[in-house]
Design a protein around this ligand. Structure first.
Ligand SMILES: NC(=O)c1ccc[n+]([C@@H]2O[C@H](COP(=O)([O-])OP(=O)(O)OC[C@H]3O[C@@H](n4cnc5c(N)ncnc54)[C@H](O)[C@@H]3O)[C@@H](O)[C@H]2O)c1
Length: 260
């Protein structure tokens, strides 16, 4: 298995673990299983505490835990400099970070504030560009960057509002970044995950309705699991996907293919 993925001892930065339900945590667990050296970034002390608690179950590894707030260029630069100083080459990044103000998800979309729009874009879309630029000098052997997106980027999903527009920008950024850094052997892709009950998902008012609707109508007649999204993320970080870049890969029980 290790040979198939070729991720053993590769340095993969995982951004966005808030707790054990986070897509980033599911991905980190799967990466540890294939022997990758996972480096975690966290935003808040609260997430650090949760991370330390979860990692207590893994006695034989001592991952690097680095603070990084993606709203700050300085914080991003500092984090990637520190990561590179400690581990050298970076081989992959999981960008699993997004945020919008609660009122911009609850209010009518037409009422989205200028500040709320800019904040959602900055945190959820621009951050991928800033992270790719900060990491690029340390990805000297090429590598793979994977971000998390959602169907709300291309379809109107009630309550997703400003985050849908941010995800649309994120998906476009994936394509422009892929075209740009491909010459450095770096691939950039997005996973469009089906609905999963996480902290971020709690902010979407219609989330339970979405879960029920998918169960009723998706081709697989069920929601996806954290493990399914994590496994595909590992594939997209690995040599198994070496010919794919600039792509949005759906892990959503096939829901996105439906018309009505
Ligand atoms: N849960 C779902 O149904 C679903 C579906 C599709 C896509 N996604 C996407 O997956 C990604 C991960 O979300 P999740 O569902 O695991 O929820 P989560 O709340 O566990 O993770 C979101 C993470 O973003 C981090 N974050 C927010 N602002 C940040 C900042 N300024 N700097 C650094 N980190 C910051 C949070 O600390 C948190 O760890 C997000 O991009 C989300 O939009 C989620």
């Amino acid at each position: 298995m290790d040979n198939l993925f070729q991720l053993k001892d590769k340095n993969i930065v995982v951004m966005g673990v808030a707790n054990d339900r986070s897509i980033a945590w599911g991905t980190a667990k799967a990466l540890i299983e294939v022997g990758a050296n996972v480096i975690f970034t966290y935003r808040k002390e609260r997430s650090l505490k949760k991370l330390e608690k979860q990692l207590a179950n893994y006695e034989d590894i001592q991952p690097l835990l680095i603070q990084c707030d993606v709203n700050s260029d300085e914080s991003i630069q500092h984090a990637f400099n520190e990561i590179s100083e400690k581990v050298g080459t970076i081989h992959g990044i999981v960008h699993s970070v997004a945020f919008a103000h609660a009122e911009d998800l609850k209010n009518r979309f037409v009422e989205t504030s200028r500040e709320g729009y800019a904040f959602a874009q900055d945190t959820s879309a621009y951050s991928l560009i800033a992270v790719a630029n900060a990491a690029r000098p340390f990805m000297t052997e090429g590598g793979s960057i994977v971000t998390m997106t959602y169907l709300g980027a291309e379809r109107v999903l009630e309550g997703y509002n400003v985050m849908g527009v941010a995800k649309a920008a994120l998906e476009a950024s994936v394509r422009y970044l892929a075209a740009d850094v491909g010459t450095d052997g770096i691939r950039v892709n997005a996973i469009s995950a089906g609905a999963i009950k996480t902290l971020a998902a709690k902010g979407v008012p219609s989330f339970n309705t979405i879960l029920n609707k998918i169960e009723e109508s998706a081709p697989l007649k069920r929601n996806v699991t954290l493990e399914e999204v994590a496994n595909m993320t590992v594939v997209m970080l690995s040599q198994l996907s070496s010919g794919i870049t600039g792509e949005v890969i759906y892990v959503d029980s096939g829901y996105h293919i439906l018309g009505i």
